[in-house]
Design a protein around this ligand. Sequence first.
Ligand SMILES: Cc1cc2nc3c(=O)[nH]c(=O)nc-3n(C[C@H](O)[C@H](O)[C@H](O)COP(=O)(O)O)c2cc1C
Length: 250
Amino acid sequence: MDYYKQIFKRKSFHLFRGTGTITDDEMKGIEEFIKTVKPLDAEIETKICIVPESETTCKRGGQYCILFYSEAKDEYLRNIGYIGEQIDLYLASQNIGTLWFGIGKPKNMQMNGLDFVIMISIAKVAEDKFRKDMFKSKRKPIAEIWNGNTLGVAEIVRFAPSACNTQPWIVENTGNDLMVYRFKKPGKRGIMPVDKVGYYNKIDMGIFLFILETCIEYENYTYDRILFSDTTDDSIEQTLIAKYVYFNKI
Ligand SMILES: Cc1cc2nc3c(=O)[nH]c(=O)nc-3n(C[C@H](O)[C@H](O)[C@H](O)COP(=O)(O)O)c2cc1C
């Protein structure tokens, strides 16, 4: 799977219009792909189910919703973000549009003792409905999210999707390490309910880590990843959540 290429193509389909049908073969392909996704933390039990969108509160014209369930322990939110982004990018490669849908609820908030975390609505769309020029998408400038040498990575990773486009990430390149922080401007929350910002932004960080790793690998760096616990203290502006010790190009 060429994830890197799909970063340029993917976008959120906030409302699906003029959709096609996801065939049974495509559904099998999705189910097979889901079996291959890599978690950030294999100790956290997860389950992914696909149901018709009509069986959820999501009404965006999708055919199905992918429901993510997880044990609510450790850094389960970013683990789901990391897994879900692999699926998001895979689906773009299949001309299946997606929408991460944070406010949606399924019928079953529990599955085999696991909690519902988030959903992605999906529908078959024409190739030309996908993103044509990613660089026109609204994002924070590089200088606001990256300190130090960009490595050719900052220019692309900043297009990772996030809840309400909050982009709650900052990376500091020390010359040997990429220090990845979850960032929360005190008092600023945009249109998200205040008690939900931390929840969604932790999922966002998992999405970001997957796209960051994809970009580092594309630029031919090898790396060691060290993960740190996130915090639930909302008054903290910057939380170090990961460090990538990177090595010279292969
Ligand atoms: C965790 C998460 C939750 C999201 N929840 C919603 C949502 O509830 N409703 C919605 O319309 N878009 C939702 N989005 C989509 C974002 O608004 C979108 O990713 C962001 O604006 C960037 O746009 P792009 O994905 O087209 O690059 C969500 C995205 C993420 C990553």
